[in-house]
Design a protein around this ligand. Structure first.
Ligand SMILES: [Fe+2]
Length: 336
């Protein structure tokens, strides 16, 4: 089984102002992330953390370096860049320079291949200038991202050269096996205890399921969840169509993970689960636990509020942010 954590919209370096759906406590952000790591260490079988974007509130060297410090967790952390991560024209260069461990092979688009799952991390763009956000919010992908996925779909698992390593505390430490051989392509950077997945190397067959991660919300937040008259956070039709095009490139994509809205959603369309996460740093400090084996995908939403040591206020006028049980949970089973 592969088990990983999906979080989004931590907005490190933010003030109490700015877009939020529930109250954010900027001074407590490092402490909340620490509680997440406590949870991971206690669980002891999490393979990695995937951050769905807006890790920081605005691009600066200080914010990026602080994020690297806060997210030095006991498992590898990967980032799908969001609009708030890209508020300078040279933001991508800054991320790759100051936070290389978040980007396998030093690129913003990459694939996490595990024994049970393939995760395409493809940050959407927002304006003409690539990897930059000023004011315009026009989510879209660029031609080279479609080409990247097309090539990755053709690539057998064995030759992925990406993050085809997984946690195995019994076998190796600090990126080396018991013989001390360092598996150079293990891309963790944050901690030890990783090695190549022999099972993956021997199994050239594709996984049963793939996930696409991008920052922009794809399916919107349904009116039946919020009680509003219409759906909110609905992106342009063109963006939805581009996501559909990506899914056609790899029809094993059964789940699209996003952030951006700071609201938990789970919308099923044409056999695909469109899932968004609330902000880890807004009350009640939730993350998603994603579990996959050869027959099942399970996504649960878990709050860290019971573990934090400061007092906080929850806005009960906005319980739709946390969502109903069906907005917070996915269980998808398929034939072996
Ligand atoms: Fe965003």
């Amino acid at each position: 089984m592969t088990r990983f954590i999906f979080i989004a919209d931590t907005h490190c370096g933010s003030t109490e102002k700015g877009y939020q759906q529930q109250k954010r406590y900027p001074d407590n952000i490092p402490g909340i992330i620490e509680k997440l790591d406590d949870w991971i260490r206690q669980d002891a079988s999490i393979d990695f953390v995937l951050h769905g974007g807006d890790m920081i509130d605005f691009t600066s060297k200080e914010n990026i370096l602080n994020a690297v410090k806060f997210f030095s967790l006991s498992v590898p952390v990967y980032l799908c860049l969001g609009n708030h991560d890209l508020t300078k024209e040279d933001a991508l260069d800054m991320w790759l320079t100051y936070a290389p461990s978040f980007f396998p092979e030093g690129k913003p688009n990459y694939v996490i291949r595990h024994k049970d799952i393939t995760v395409y991390v493809i940050p959407n763009h927002w304006c003409e200038h690539p990897y930059y956000w000023e004011e315009e919010l026009f989510p879209h992908f660029r031609e080279e991202q479609f080409e990247f996925i097309t090539n990755e779909v053709k690539r057998p698992n064995k030759q992925s050269g990406n993050t085809d390593c997984y946690r195995n505390t019994n076998c190796c430490q600090n990126g080396s096996n018991q013989d001390g051989y360092n598996y150079g392509s293990c891309n963790q950077g944050n901690s030890g205890n990783f090695h190549h997945d022999n099972e993956t190397e021997q199994n050239n067959e594709k996984n049963n399921i793939s996930i696409l991660c991008t920052h922009g919300i794809v399916a919107g937040v349904p009116a039946e969840q919020t009680g509003y008259e219409t759906d909110i956070h609905v992106p342009p039709e063109s963006f939805r169509n581009e996501v559909k095009e990506i899914i056609m490139l790899d029809p094993r994509i059964k789940c699209v993970l996003s952030g951006h809205s700071h609201i938990n959603t789970n919308v099923r369309r044409d056999g695909v689960y469109y899932v968004t996460a609330s902000s880890l740093t807004e009350v009640p400090f939730e993350f998603k636990l994603i579990e996959v084996d050869s027959t099942m995908l399970k996504i649960s939403t878990i709050p860290l509020a019971p573990y934090v040591s400061f007092s906080y206020e929850y806005n009960y006028d906005r319980t739709y942010v946390q969502g109903r049980e069906k907005d917070r949970m996915v269980i998808y089973k398929w034939e072996k």
